[in-house]
Design a protein around this ligand. Sequence first.
Ligand code: ATP
Length: 203
Amino acid sequence: MLKVENLNKSFGDKKVLVNTNLEVEKGSIVMIVGESGVGKTTLIRCLCGLEVYDSGRISFSHDDEVEDKSIGLVFQNFNLFPHFSVIKNITYSLIKGRKMIKEDAIKKAKELIELLGLSGLEDSYEYQLSGGQKQRVAIARALAMEPQYLCFDEPTSALDYKLRDSVGEILKTVASKGMGVIVITHDRDFADKYGNKIYELGR
Ligand SMILES: Nc1ncnc2c1ncn2[C@@H]1O[C@H](COP(=O)(O)OP(=O)(O)OP(=O)(O)O)[C@@H](O)[C@H]1O
């Protein structure tokens, strides 16, 4: 379980997170809702190590057999490498960061491409993809790193309304593989439908 206790974060004089608490079990989907500006993105940036927090604790409890502290993030705008094909977007960090053999990285990427319904798009570039396809490439890329927890920043906001449920099904698939899923959303119906728990971040 991922546990956030009394997390505080300010930007200058502005207190954004004040004694924020959160618990995420593996295999579950936790939705974070709240008005614009309450600090939802700041919270997940702290979780992923992209932001330094002022005080409090982020810890992993003992149900994590291997104490793997990896938390991945799927950015709201996906952040794909525009000059790389779909398959290279997925394999790049495996090969360069994890030093995986290229053939193994490609095998893994192909499994994820299949899982996320991207077959046939292996050699496409970002500009050739729809919003939903870009998002699924970003999810495949994050899953390739095998994080224990995966955060999604507003996964439905850039997409056509009808794609909302397909995103929900992907979140369920990710959780069913044993990962803890943390989702920022403005969409209360989506949160109610797919969240195992909903945290309302307040001022
Ligand atoms: N790097 C930064 N420097 C200064 N202020 C920041 C920085 N990042 C965020 N903030 C401020 O912190 C507050 C919380 O921002 P954050 O993006 O976390 O909110 P949010 O709840 O995700 O909002 P939204 O729903 O609109 O995306 C905002 O007032 C924002 O202006």
